[in-house]
Design a protein around this ligand. Structure first.
Ligand code: ADP
Ligand code: MG
Length: 378
């Protein structure tokens, strides 16, 4: 889903209040009734509220939903994106937005810049865009458990990623420096390296292999398993050949019920990749689960960081369900957001522009024009 920030500078204070009201209302309403939006926004006079509603719907930040009982609105991913960006802008964490550099399975990655012009990475978590697909029963099942589940789960993923990145960075692990987090978004240091999968020249594959296996063991010695340790989530600098690990929403404790399975899978991913790509098979068969010696407890310490054990459980449960659904549906699911999925129920505003995702992902990696987000700096 494309992040279109063109309208952000033109929203009025009232628009922001109404947008926030729709977000708050969605916590316990699948479709937020117009009267409730008006009430929460605290704005006097229906005309102002209606004007804002219509402004927001026009640019796709909220969508009108016709319900059997009443008409109302729901927040779209675009609306949530604007709320998160606005928080970053207010905190002076973000000043302008540049190119999209990645479309992950459950995230979109952009290069953005802070006020000093320094380029950083914005990771927007988009849980639910795969899992809500296809079989309606699955979709309803997942969704009905919490009407705002895609929003909530994406936020949990961002909180978790930020918390883990912080504790890992503080403990000397090679991960990007986490900079800020708001709603479903994380800001982090831009690593000037490509994913291992894309790196054309690896000078010494056996050394990199050994470094990566050592890293898996080092995570485990601190009580952690990455859980998705593969050639897409390891960035390797072409010059120094140093690896940096990214992507943490699925990280688990070595005390997790499936810890051994996840650990073995991480090890196997690296083995398979090195064998396929470099025809390299190590004489050393390890590491194995028996090699794991706990010397630290970052898995416990991270709970004190604002991402609680309860939240970890909620996200874990959701991610497991999603994996099961994906497997049952035969793997690769299409990139369909809950927004698009819902089209039958939504009255589309006629002047919402159609997105063309492909176009956006092209172009220079970190270069390209940035668009300013601030009102007073057009
Ligand atoms: P997902 O969870 O969707 O897989 P990732 O965090 O793995 O998202 O990021 C997807 C892609 O975006 C990566 O493979 C990488 O190319 C790019 N990327 C992510 N974070 C950074 C970063 N900090 N610096 C540079 N590139 C990054
Ligand atoms: Mg990834």
């Amino acid at each position: 889903m494309k992040l279109d920030t063109r309208a952000i500078r033109y929203l009025t204070g009232e628009d922001w209040r109404v947008l926030t009201a729709v977000e708050m209302g969605s916590k316990n309403h699948e479709v937020v009734p117009t009267t409730l939006i008006s009430q929460i926004s605290g704005l006097r006079g229906a005309s102002g509220v209606n004007r804002s509603i219509s402004n927001l719907a026009k640019v796709g930040l909220i969508a009108k939903v016709k319900n059997a009982k009443y008409d109302g609105y729901r927040l779209t991913y675009g609306g949530l994106d604007y709320l998160a960006l606005n928080a970053f802008i207010k905190r002076k964490s973000v000043y302008s937005i540049g190119n999209q550099v990645g479309v992950g399975k459950e995230s979109d990655i952009y290069v953005v810049a802070d006020e000093s012009g320094k380029q950083i990475i914005l990771k927007i978590h988009r849980l639910g865009r795969i899992s809500f697909r296809t079989v309606k029963a699955n979709r309803d099942y997942l969704r009905n458990r919490n009407s705002a589940s895609w929003m909530y789960m994406s936020r949990l993923a961002a909180m978790k990623e930020f918390a883990f990145m912080k504790i890992l960075k503080d403990n000397g692990f090679p991960v990007p420096t986490p900079l800020d987090q708001a709603r479903h978004c994380v800001l982090m240091e831009l690593i000037d390296s490509y994913p291992l999968r894309q790196v054309t020249s690896i000078a010494d594959p056996p050394k990199l292999y050994a470094d990566l296996m050592a890293l898996i063991l080092r995570f485990a010695s601190q009580g952690l398993i990455h859980g998705d340790f593969n050639e897409f989530n390891i960035l390797v600098n072409e010059e120094t050949q140093q690896p940096v690990v990214i992507d943490f929403p699925q990280m688990v404790s070595i005390d997790h019920t499936n810890a051994k399975e996840y650990f073995d899978r991480d090890v196997q991913c690296i083995k398979t990749f090195f064998e396929r790509k470099f025809k390299f098979i190590s004489d050393d068969e390890g590491p194995t689960w028996d090699d794991v010696k706990r010397t630290g407890k970052l898995d416990i310490e991270v709970e004190a960081s604002g991402f609680s054990k309860k939240q970890a459980k909620e996200l874990d449960k959701y991610l497991q369900q999603v994996t099961q659904l994906d497997e049952r549906e035969g793997g690769e699911a299409g990139d369909i957001s809950p927004d698009e999925d819902d089209e039958d129920e939504i009255e589309q505003s006629s002047d919402v522009e159609e997105d063309d995702d492909e176009e956006e992902a092209e172009g220079e990696k970190y270069g390209g024009e940035h668009s300013n987000l601030s009102k007073d700096n057009p």
